[in-house]
Design a protein around this ligand. Sequence first.
Ligand code: PA5
Length: 449
Amino acid sequence: MIMNNISLNIDKVTSFVTKEEILSLKPQVEAAQKALEEGNLPGNDFLGWLHLPSSITKEHIEDIKAVAQTLRENCDVVVVAGIGGSYLGARAVIEALSNNFAALINDNKNPRVIFAGHNISEDYLSELTDFLKDKKFGVINISKSGTTTETALAFRLLKKQCEDQRGKEVASKVIVAITDAVKGAARVTADKEGYKSFIIPDNVGGRFSVLTPVGLLPIAVAGFDIDALVNGAQQMEKDCSPAVPFEENIAAMYAATRNALYANGKKIEILVNYQPKLHFTSEWWKQLYGESEGKENKGIFPASVDFTTDLHSMGQWIQEGERTIFETVLSIEKPNSSLTVPSDEENLDGLNFLAGKHVDEVNKMAELGTQLAHVDGGVPNLRISIPVLNEFYIGELIYFFEIACGISGYVLGVNPFNQPGVEAYKKNMFALLDKPGYEEESKAIRARL
Ligand code: PA5
C-alpha cells in the first residue's frame, strides 16, 4: 500500500539557522545538481548511480531473482561476503525489513542471510566456520576491486568449506560472484570455477551500489520484494530531480540545511532512529556521508544513535555536551504490528495510565518529547518521516540519501565520489605483513615501531 512519500521537516532547525540562510544556498545547490546531471566536476566518472533506478531493466531484475531463487532452493544459509559499500546496503535493507528476531526464528521459508568479509577477527571467522559445519550453505562474494583483504580472506575460507562440504559441483552452483567485469581476483576465480556472476558497473562506487546486484541479490535471497524497492527509488529519482523547485525538493533542502548548519559550527550530524531495525540503515548512511564528505580536512562527522535505548547512554551528552551537533531523526509513522499496553490490577509499576494505548504511541511521545528537549538544549533537529517500513519506502530513502549526498558534497566543495583516505591503513598493514612489493615500506614502518 502506497501512502505519502517520505518527507523532510526542518521547522526545528530555524531557531538556529534562519530559513533565509538555508534558502540562500539555492544557487550552490542548483549548481551542484547541474554538475551531477552534466558530469562536469571531479568524480564525474562515478555517476552511474544517478539515474540507476530509472535505467534498471525488467530483464536485469528477473536475472537477479532467478539466481536468488537458485540460492533459496539450495541453501539453508547464505553467507554474504563483502565490506563497506559491498556490504552495508544489503545488511541495512535486510535488517530494516526483517523480523527483529529473524536470527532466532527458523520458519523454513527463507534461508538465513548472514555476513562475513567485513572484519579480520579470528574468533568471528572460526565461529562462522563452526556454525556452517552442518549447514547447506551458499556464498555471495561481493567485491568491486576483487582484492579487498577482509573479503578475500573470508571468501578463501568459505570457498574451501563449501567445496569440502557440498562437493565442487554443487559449490559452483551456490557460490555467486558480484565483481568487476574483467579485473580482480574475484573475477578470475568466478570465471575459472564457472560461478554465476554479476557485474558492478565501473561508474558506480561501492557506497552508491545498493541498487545494483550488490544489494539487490542478497535482499532478494532474504525474501524481499526488489521490484518494490526499485520502484521506491524510481519515485525519489523523480521527486528529487533538478526539475523540482528547490523548496519542494527534499534532497536539495536536506543538503542545504546540513551545509548551513555546518557553516554555523554544527560539525556533527547524529542520525537518530526509534526502531532497532534501523541500526544498520544508520551504518550505511554513515559510510555514505563519511566517505563522501570527510576529506580535505572538511566534512560533517556522521554519527548515529538508536533511541530510546541510547537516551540512557548518549542522551546526556546530546542534551548537555558540546553544542556542535545536530540531529536528523528517521521517524516511522506507522508500525507494521499492533500491540497495546495491558492493564494491571495492582499497578505496582504505575503504568496503568498507559493501559490500552499502543506501544507506538508511547514511542512517538518519547520521540516528540526528546526532540523538544534537544532543541531546548541547543540541538537543531531535522525529521525525515517514513510512512511505514516496507521495500518501497526504503527504496525511496536510499535514493533520497544518495542524491542528497552527491549534492551536499559538491556544495561543500569536495569530490564526493572518491575515498583516497582509505588506502593509508592498507599500505601500513601490507607493509607490516611483508606483502611482496612492499619491501621498502616494510623497512620504513618497522623503524617507526
Ligand atoms: O565505498 C567504497 O568504495 C568502499 O567502501 C568499498 O565498497 C569497500 O572498500 C569494499 O571494496 P570492494 O568492493 O572493492 O571490495
